[in-house]
Design a binder for this molecule. Structure first.
Ligand SMILES: [Zn+2]
Length: 303
């Protein structure tokens, strides 16, 4: 039987401008990087499911917690005029038709407006709820998390990943469990058909998730969110930016640097060698050059 592959449509949303030294080691002093915060619509025809990966920047910036608003003010120029809801409307898809929202992580520039999605089940990585309760220690890049961000009765937080091999089924309704997929240590086969995987991608912030989608017999796309912020890092041309925190410790934008490097290495190997011989394109949430080059594939079109 021929496989009806899912489609992936990038969504055209807002942009922000953080200092470049937070990301790349060779940034100039006052340099800022104006970057999109891309979200993606994944349509899975066999189950007729609409999945959104990440919700980008909230349209109404005044609806962020005041601590976040202070932080966001340092990210100018910023635009939130286009959000995921308006990007979906370009293809006449209403947010009420979205079945799943996968959060790569809960930093402000990825969380959007969850209340726009009244029928969606939210999927978040290990320890996300603890992070949202501000119980995981300070976060230099998101000075406050909103504890009530996700609807408790419609959110599935994935459990921690096993040290190796498969985990028990943790969600009986979907049959979800962690399993390894080629060189990826832990992933969830979302529709149990090998086309959409939720990938554990630790390093940037606790609970960070990526998504791997088979869009054709000869093509995968790997949505890398904030596992890497710049294409030059992925290519190996420059390292992560570092700086000293107020205690004099050298830090990077990734809270667990060892994990961030191993996630990055997996992404590089996927991009170089493919997955079981099938090419993989790795797409970073904040890659402005990729957004420009691929403008014609944005929703209502697809990759
Ligand atoms: Zn981000």
């Amino acid at each position: 039987m021929p496989v009806d592959y899912p489609t992936v449509s990038p969504l055209s949303c807002g942009f922000l401008s953080p200092p470049a030294w937070k990301f790349v080691a060779d940034a100039k002093n006052e340099e800022k990087l104006t970057m999109p915060s891309m979200a993606f619509l994944i349509q899975h025809p066999a189950s007729k499911s609409n999945v959104v990966f990440d919700l980008s920047i909230r349209k109404d910036l005044t609806k962020y917690h005041p601590e976040l608003q202070k932080h966001i003010a340092t990210r100018d120029p910023i635009s939130s005029e286009r959000d995921v809801k308006s990007a979906l409307a370009l293809g006449h898809l209403d947010t009420s038709e979205v079945d799943y929202v996968i959060m790569s992580h809960v930093h402000w520039d990825h969380v959007g407006t969850p209340s726009d999605f009244p029928n969606a089940t939210f999927i978040a990585g290990p320890n996300t709820n603890k992070l949202l309760r501000n119980e995981m220690g300070p976060d230099l890049f998101n000075p406050y998390f909103e504890p009530d961000l996700l609807p408790a009765d419609r959110t599935i937080e994935t459990p921690p990943t096993p040290n190796s091999g498969s985990s028990e089924v943790f969600d009986a309704k979907h049959g979800w469990h962690w399993q390894n997929v080629a060189l990826i240590p832990s992933a969830i086969d979302m529709f149990n058909d090998g086309t959409v995987y939720i990938v554990n991608s630790p390093g940037h912030v606790p609970g960070h998730l990526n998504v791997l989608v088979r869009i054709a017999g000869d093509r995968w796309v790997y949505l890398a969110a904030d596992a890497c912020h710049h294409a030059r890092i992925l290519k190996g041309e420059v390292d992560f930016g570092t700086w000293k925190d107020k205690n004099g410790r050298t830090v990077t934008i990734h809270h667990d640097l060892d994990a961030a490097y191993s996630t990055l290495n997996i992404m590089r190997r996927l991009q170089e060698n493919g997955l079981d011989g099938v090419p993989v394109e790795v797409i970073l949430a904040h890659d402005g050059a990729w957004e420009k080059e691929n403008a014609k594939f944005f929703f209502p079109n697809h990759l």
